[in-house]
Design a protein around this ligand. Sequence first.
Ligand code: ATR
Length: 283
Amino acid sequence: MTKAFVVGHPIAHSRSPLIHGHWLAAHGIAGTYERIDVAPEAFAEFLKTLREKGFAGGNVTIPHKEAAFARVDELTPRAKTIGAVNTVFFDADGRLWGDNTDAPGFIAHLDQSLGADRLDRTGGTAVVLGAGGAARAIVVGLLERGLTRIQVANRTRARAEALVALDPQRVAALDWADLPTALSGAGLLVNTTSLGMAGHGVLDLDLTPLPASASVADIVYAPLETPLLATARARGLAAVDGLGMLLHQAVPGFERWFGVRPAVTPALRDRIVADLVGPRAGP
Ligand code: ATR
């Protein structure tokens, strides 16, 4: 029986057990994937005892992603670049590795939603709103995907400037006031802020300057159709919701722990959407 987990604080609302439970059942694997609530002060000890508890690995979420980065034995190159770990697993020698699957998860979802070559066709310029941990993973993903110019606008400009170091040739920080000009040359707009999430503020942004060929992606998935995506669709722009990133980032972990590469299918998506709009609705 292979065991995996998701650890966070709080963790009750995590959809990861539903995702991995769906795949375990679909593949007939006798494994478990459990939710574990660990307070920050107990996280180091939690990591140390993983092996003796029989875990093959698991997912790490808020607020532990940076602590996991600092405490695993080995880091994948991508986790090193992003500075945060969302997936851990043991190698054959018992060393605990930290990976970050948010970047490839976002890109896989974008390409699956838009068609693999749309990003290539609509130009290599993206505008990213926000500069937190999620933005960092997304900028890394967009750089890996080959975009040539990524402009980051954030309420706190210093955080946007910190992302420029990822690739000063291709990443630039932007003042919020300069967004209209930046949008007029963008092939892709990505919201990584919490604005638009149920219970948070609203993202007040005029999408008029975006070219008709542009796509708009939101990482917020509760609600699934954020006001930003609704406005984009109303303008006839391609709109990409945030749920797919959550589904796709789960794929590499499942493959590591359970030995099968699972697929993000409409049935899986329907299962999670039903939960998002159900009695436990919320992010
Ligand atoms: P995550 O790791 O999920 O990205 P985070 O590090 O807390 O979370 O980042 C949240 C992002 O949403 C930040 O870019 C934040 O802007 P600041 O860096 O200025 O804090 C942005 N954000 C949150 N609330 C906001 C608001 N009311 N207006 C504008 N931006 C907001």
